[in-house]
Ligand binder design. Structure first.
Ligand SMILES: NC(=O)c1ccc[n+]([C@@H]2O[C@H](COP(=O)([O-])OP(=O)(O)OC[C@H]3O[C@@H](n4cnc5c(N)ncnc54)[C@H](OP(=O)(O)O)[C@@H]3O)[C@@H](O)[C@H]2O)c1
Length: 217
């Protein structure tokens, strides 16, 4: 990913704000968009001159990499609504297909053996390249565990081998060490309840050495 690669962050909640802030810490420009342009304007002003606000359509059109930091159902809608604008773009899906279970926890809203990544792949606009990434940690850890020494890992999965350099640079710029899990069919491993999600078996942010150790045991 060259510094000319344009990144849009769509959705400025827990995850979108951290992703955008971390990118700015790495001196990357970001285009910010959300439901309400006022939210994008306010947050762009907080982040300073590397951030600019736009409406969703403009942000997608101007970007090369589009981070869809909205809930799984909203990603499904955005992929349909902006199918034309998303053609040829790299789309980052951080989603976890979950909803409150009514007992203070969360339940999966798709079948146990399904992943959001694989379902979204079916909706991928022509020529777009879907990547599962940036969702394997909770938003708190995405902020606090970034830019550490030694670096903590973030996992990604994609069927698009031609863009792995771009994705790895993106994850590095978000403050983490990228680990490629393989194709999009590996998404389930890093989604909530998967063995590589912070709230799954892994249990916390880990370095590459810790990840390698856990993979052996
Ligand atoms: N929170 C976590 O710790 C965490 C961890 C890993 C992965 N994730 C995943 O990351 C994604 C975002 O989670 P979050 O916690 O950041 O959610 P959130 O705090 O609810 O933020 C979602 C943002 O998206 C905006 N939005 C919703 N629908 C939109 C649309 N159609 N067009 C434009 N903007 C839209 C919302 O705007 P309004 O408020 O105006 O509706 C809000 O700014 C989810 O898929 C989640 O599963 C979250």
């Amino acid at each position: 990913m060259s510094t000319k690669t344009k990144i849009a962050v769509i959705g400025l909640g827990n995850i979108g704000k951290v992703v955008a802030s971390n990118l700015v810490k790495s001196n990357r420009e970001v285009i910010l968009a959300s439901h309400k342009i006022e939210d994008a304007n306010t947050f762009a002003a907080q982040l300073g001159k590397l951030a600019k606000a736009a409406d969703v359509k403009t942000a997608i059109t101007e970007a090369d990499v589009v981070v869809l930091s909205v809930w799984f159902n909203a990603i499904q809608e955005l992929l349909k609504q902006y199918a034309a604008e998303l053609q040829g773009k790299i789309i980052i899906d951080p989603s976890n297909p979950i909803a409150p279970d009514g007992n203070g926890g969360f339940k999966k809203i798709i079948d146990a053996n399904e992943s959001a990544g694989q379902i979204l792949k079916e909706l991928q606009p022509a020529g777009a390249k879907l990547v599962k990434a940036l969702g394997s940690l909770g938003a708190g850890s995405l902020a606090s565990a970034a830019f550490q020494n030694p670096t903590n890992v973030l996992f990604y999965a994609t069927d698009e081998k031609s863009i792995t350099n771009t994705i790895e640079e993106l994850i590095t710029n978000v403050g983490f060490d990228p680990v490629n899990l393989g194709g999009i069919d590996q998404s389930i491993r890093m989604e909530v309840f998967g063995e590589l999600h912070e709230f799954g078996a892994l249990g916390k942010p880990v370095t590459r050495a810790e990840f390698n150790q856990s993979a052996k045991s």
